[in-house]
Design a protein. Structure first.
Length: 121
């Protein structure tokens, strides 16, 4: 089940849009949804989700997204993801996010992401 989560985030670092869509289609149910603070609304279906990820990849070429921690209870998963690459100052940057996914069989049915990892203020 967690392979779909890893596949989805690996797609963020792909250079070409077509393989990215194929990977996201393999990870998400055909009516699966995705939302994060930058998506404005929930995106439905692999094509809409891939289009959103394409914009990320075009905006920060060379950046990757890697699952660095994953925990599971039943069909619900929490993933900590490290987004990293070269920053505008020429130095390596890493930003973390927390993602919550509900699975249906081996595919993501719903995923919601948050910036940061929820450190106490």
């Amino acid at each position: 089940m967690t392979d779909s989560i890893t596949t989805f985030f690996d797609a963020w670092g792909m250079i070409d849009d077509v393989p990215r869509l194929e990977a996201i289609s393999a990870a998400f149910k055909s009516d699966g949804t995705y939302a994060d603070p930058r998506s404005l609304d929930a995106l439905q279906g692999p094509a809409a989700i891939a289009s959103y990820v394409n914009n990320f990849s075009a905006g920060v070429p060379g950046w990757t997204a890697k699952v660095v921690n994953l925990s599971t209870i039943g069909t619900s998963h929490r993933a900590t993801v490290a987004f990293g690459g070269m920053g505008p100052d020429g130095k390596e940057m890493v930003q973390h996010g927390q993602y919550f996914a509900d699975m249906d069989s081996d595919k993501i049915a719903r995923m919601v992401g948050f910036v940061g990892i929820g450190e106490p203020e």
